[in-house]
Design a protein. Structure first.
Length: 142
């Protein structure tokens, strides 16, 4: 440590074709880290839309299915009339699902690599898809 502090910023764009979906964005974040040249520091990834999420967990299809079922129980899509937000809209459940799954993650960078625990991956979670949305990747370190 003791080098010059650097900062890197990039927006990743996604358009999930269905209403909901999970996208493993770890490869894109690793590419950003390589581009940044930062070896020690932190990476922040956050969804820049209020009906999308960024979270860390295992890349396992059964878990993703379980998330879908669990989130739908906690914040069901229908009937849309159950939500005051849904006057002229139908995405109140997406706002709530985002609140549950979180807006952002921060990962340590050690020796030029994402300092993950076993099985950890970074995901973009979409809860009101079929349109372009973005994730901010901000890397700070030296």
């Amino acid at each position: 440590m003791g080098g010059k502090m650097k900062s890197y910023r990039k927006e990743l764009w996604f358009e999930v074709p269905s209403r909901r979906g999970f996208v493993n964005i770890t490869p894109q974040v690793k590419k950003c880290l390589r581009e940044s040249g930062i070896k020690e520091g932190f990476v922040l990834c956050n969804a820049m839309h209020i009906t999308a999420s960024v979270f860390i967990n295992d890349d396992e299809s059964g878990l993703h299915y379980d998330y879908e079922v669990w989130l739908e129980k906690l914040a069901p899509y229908g009937p849309v009339s159950q939500y005051k937000h849904n006057v002229g809209e139908d995405n109140a459940d997406a706002h709530m699902k985002r609140q549950i799954m979180g807006r952002e993650v921060v990962v340590a960078i050690t020796d030029g690599k994402l300092d993950f625990g076993t099985w950890e991956q970074i995901f973009y979670g979409e809860f009101d898809g079929r349109r372009r949305k973005r994730v901010l990747v901000k890397i700070i370190g030296e």
